[in-house]
Write a protein that binds this ligand. Structure first.
Ligand SMILES: NC(=O)c1ccc[n+]([C@@H]2O[C@H](COP(=O)([O-])OP(=O)(O)OC[C@H]3O[C@@H](n4cnc5c(N)ncnc54)[C@H](O)[C@@H]3O)[C@@H](O)[C@H]2O)c1
Length: 250
């Protein structure tokens, strides 16, 4: 038996990087997976490489799309057990250089996208009567001060805090729904590849802040996602998991 046998898992931003690795590992461990992303072409390609996977185009900023994506998941697979709020993007500007529109955009994707995911997944999970697991993807940017990515840092801090609010809300409802947050350091994905380009002229201090001296592989994060999605973590909620090769304890 797989570790998440039969569970239905929805992963946002799953066309590439960490989300794609999560979807692959969850499927390998027996989950039925729904991949969503704004990148429709790559999302379809990634889903096609995972047996039985469903791809849905989905902009996580849009509440109506959240409602239809969750409804389609329930219709296709009969319920929802796991949500991975993973979709994200990074913009390389300091607080002084960030236009308000950019700040709002980055926060709309990650802070508001995660909020909408939690808001709409909870009732769908509750309907199954078997609880559920929401896994939010923050970043060590929510712990460190990283001056070059002001809006990203704010959004990841919001995700980290929201996780505790969602966890205690569900705990008080006694509905068996858990909510935890993963705070990755730098991992090898298209996002960090673009970071290397964007920061090529930056100071060595800025590069060091982004953990340029050692990146993890997406499978390390996916392994934590599988644990949090599975019943092995049934007693774990409101918790934070840093996966950064020791970056934040230096
Ligand atoms: N790679 C790292 O080092 C790292 C470190 C810490 C946190 N994270 C977080 O992990 C998550 C995944 O990042 P990644 O490194 O795999 O990057 P990635 O760029 O490979 O994947 C992010 C995905 O999110 C999608 N996306 C962007 N905006 C969207 C929207 N509005 N609606 C739906 N999908 C949208 C993109 O199309 C992309 O496929 C992000 O939340 C990121 O902040 C990554």
């Amino acid at each position: 038996m797989g570790r998440v046998e039969g569970k239905v898992a929805l992963i946002t931003g799953a066309a590439s990087g960490l989300g794609a690795a999560d979807a692959r590992m969850l499927a390998r461990e027996g989950a039925r997976v729904v991949l969503t992303d704004v990148n429709e072409e790559l999302g379809r390609q990634t889903a096609a490489s995972i047996p039985g996977a469903l791809f849905l185009r989905h902009d996580v900023r849009d509440e109506a799309q959240w409602q239809s994506v969750i409804a389609a998941t329930v219709e296709h697979f009969g319920g929802l057990d796991v949500l991975v709020n993973n979709a994200g993007l990074v913009q390389f500007t300091s607080v002084e250089d960030t236009p308000l529109e950019q700040y709002r955009f980055v926060n709309a994707v990650m802070s508001e996208g995660t909020f909408l995911g939690c808001k709409h997944a909870i009732p769908a999970m509750r309907k199954t009567g078997r609880g559920g697991s929401i896994i939010n993807i923050s970043s060590i940017a929510a712990i460190m001060g990283i001056g070059e990515i002001a809006s990203y840092t704010a959004a990841k801090g919001a995700i980290r805090s929201l996780t505790r609010s969602v966890a205690i809300h569900c705990y008080n409802k006694r509905d068996g729904i858990r909510c935890n947050v993963i705070l990755p350091g730098a991992h090898e994905t298209p996002m960090t590849a673009s970071a290397g380009v964007a920061l090529s002229d930056a100071t060595s201090g800025a590069l060091d802040q982004l953990n340029n001296h050692g990146q993890g592989s997406p499978e390390g994060v996916a392994a934590m996602v599988v644990f949090l999605a599975s019943d092995e973590s049934r007693h774990v909620t409101g918790a934070e998991f840093v996966i950064d090769g020791g970056e934040t304890i230096r």
